[in-house]
Design a binder for this molecule. Structure first.
Ligand code: HEC
Length: 160
């Protein structure tokens, strides 16, 4: 007989599968239903699902140019700019530049200019006949250069 060719172990496995199959078929109905356990396949719901657009256009927050400039300014790394640009001349007195941390040198410059704004503007435009070109040759905005001068003074313990 054909049934005798099926090993007993296979029959047992099939038997177990036969018992569990309905459970797997029925279980989802408990989970897919509403919170009260019922399945909500109403006409309206099915229609709503069919009418769902294929893609939804999400209109995000418009980018505010003012805000993004502020972000850029906030991200400006004063310390890194000093190291990459200003330090070449301002870390040593060799070129005649006031050295970062030299309180007396920076205080004297602040005094001779008569204030922060004048000192800032001098650096912004460059000091004619010296190695100090406009903005020290840095590719930064005026506002960022202002921050650089503040950094110089603060790190030289000069109040302005
Ligand atoms: C190529 C060399 C060089 C670089 C780079 C440089 N400086 Fe200078 N800087 C000088 C020299 C030299 C002086 C002194 C000029 C003088 O004799 O009045 C000076 C002076 C200054 C002064 C004072 C100006 C005044 O009128 O007394 C400021 C402020 C200043 N630098 C800021 C900066 C900042 C900020 C940076 C970097 C963004 C920078 N410098 C990069 C050489 C340099």
């Amino acid at each position: 007989m054909a049934t005798q060719t099926i090993p007993k172990s296979v029959k047992i496995l099939l038997g177990i599968a036969a018992i569990f199959m309905p459970i797997f078929l029925i279980l989802p109905f408990f989970f897919w239903g509403n919170s009260d356990g019922s399945i909500n396949l109403s006409e309206q719901n099915l229609q709503a699902a069919r009418l769902q657009p294929v893609g939804k256009l999400v209109i995000g927050e418009p980018v505010n140019p003012a805000t993004s400039t502020e972000t850029a300014a906030a991200e400006f790394d004063v310390e890194a700019t000093y190291s990459s640009t200003c330090a070449a001349c301002h870390a040593t007195p060799a070129l005649g530049a006031p050295v970062l941390g030299d309180h007396d040198a920076w205080q004297a410059r602040l005094d001779s200019k008569g204030g922060f704004d004048a000192l800032y503007e001098s650096g912004l435009n460059g000091v004619a006949g010296t190695a100090m070109t406009a903005k020290g040759g840095a590719n930064i905005t005026d506002e960022q250069f202002r921050q650089m001068v503040e950094y110089m003074l603060e790190n030289s313990n000069v109040s302005y």
